[in-house]
Ligand binder design. Sequence first.
Ligand code: SF4
Ligand code: SF4
Ligand code: SF4
Length: 263
Amino acid sequence: MEWEKEAEEYLKKIPFFIRGRVKKEVENYLSSKGIERVTLPELLSAKEVLLKKMSQAEKGYEVTGCFGLDSCPNAITSSEKLLKHLEEILEAEKLEEFLKEKVKGPLKAHHKFKVALSECPNACSQIHIADFALHGVIQPEINPKACSFCGSCSQVCEEEAITFTEHGPFIEMEKCVGCGTCIKFCPESALYEGFRGYKIYLGGKLGRHPRLATFLCYAKEEEVIPLFKKVLTFYKRHNQKGERLGAIIQRIGWDKVKYLLLK
Ligand code: SF4
Ligand code: SF4
Ligand code: SF4
């Protein structure tokens, strides 16, 4: 899309860390209207529409992914279908109507139930501030007999999770984030893929009372959907005024929430 100089200058006044995103949103919006040239009046009218969109929760939910397998070498999982399935469930749950009933006023962006997925532990899609969040993981396992003690695995592990005993490498699972890098670098296949799936987190949010999402459990791909449905049922049952899942967790207590969801 072509940007006129005046519109480019205006864009430069927007803080640099969101400029790229704003530019993309404006381009998407204008090209959906069949406009291929961004002039200042076009930019300002797009801004009005996008600001309005930001303050109104259109659907009552939001689903965000990251660049994923096609565009990022770090991706462990490929979750396009899973994300689509999660979105279909949210649609079927009619969250917009549910929240409008609870909020008793206009629905705002901060009311939305947010789902975020990252295809690796780098968590680029800000999973830690989403209501239901997940990131792809690979947990390594060891065949010590095959190890040649080359040390590559401990050199590449950014978490310093790998040490050695006389029997071979030892992985401190509390430190391991499940990026799977050590497996790729092991020349003897002494490290291999144990578990592949997702780490699930709940209750992240920003706003007046920010809260980072809390780790709930590991889940294989086929386990995510049943768990997600359980979380949504819990969220709807305990929701009093359209509050975010994190606020419900704070009210009820994490131990009880965890018990109710995993029992
Ligand atoms: S979360 Fe991982 S896979 Fe996704 S874009 Fe970031 S680095 Fe790449
Ligand atoms: S999976 Fe990643 S974090 Fe875990 S031990 Fe291997 S390199 Fe380290
Ligand atoms: S990279 Fe593989 S062979 Fe080398 S020390 Fe680690 S486990 Fe052993």
